[in-house]
Design a protein around this ligand. Structure first.
Ligand code: TYC
Length: 114
């Protein structure tokens, strides 16, 4: 009959395998960035096809979606074209305003916090 030379105390027993115990995982608090609506405004001079082209080119909308939004702006005075992070919204507004100016159309595009 042999005696154990040494006996593990509870503290020495690790439970890295088949661990039992209280789960202490917490959900880290994440901050969502504020979002910005990009809007097109109606005017009496910018051609409808030009607005449709802008919506396809800068907002990745298909022709039917672009035509629908253009008509909404035409009838209601303005419409939200998309919702983006601040930097993306700022870029879209600048691209639209620059493209309209270069073609000498008075089209206006603005952004506001969602
Ligand atoms: N109202 C313009 C017209 O009749 C068309 C138009 C639509 C202009 C949307 C701007 O954001 C706009 N030619």
């Amino acid at each position: 009959m042999t005696e154990p030379l040494y006996m593990m105390s509870d503290d020495d027993k690790d439970d890295s395998e088949g661990a039992t115990g209280v789960a202490t995982k917490t959900r880290p608090k994440t901050q969502r960035p504020p979002m910005y609506k990009v809007m097109l405004l109606n005017d009496d001079y910018t051609p409808m096809e030009f607005v449709v082209h802008i919506l396809e080119r800068f907002f990745g909308l298909n022709h039917a979606q672009s035509f629908e939004i253009m008509l909404m702006v035409h009838k209601k005075g303005l419409a939200v074209v998309g919702v983006f992070s601040f930097e993306v919204a700022e870029t879209k507004v600048a691209q639209v305003m620059d493209f309209a100016r270069r073609h000498q159309h008075p089209l206006q595009c603005t952004m506001e916090k969602d």
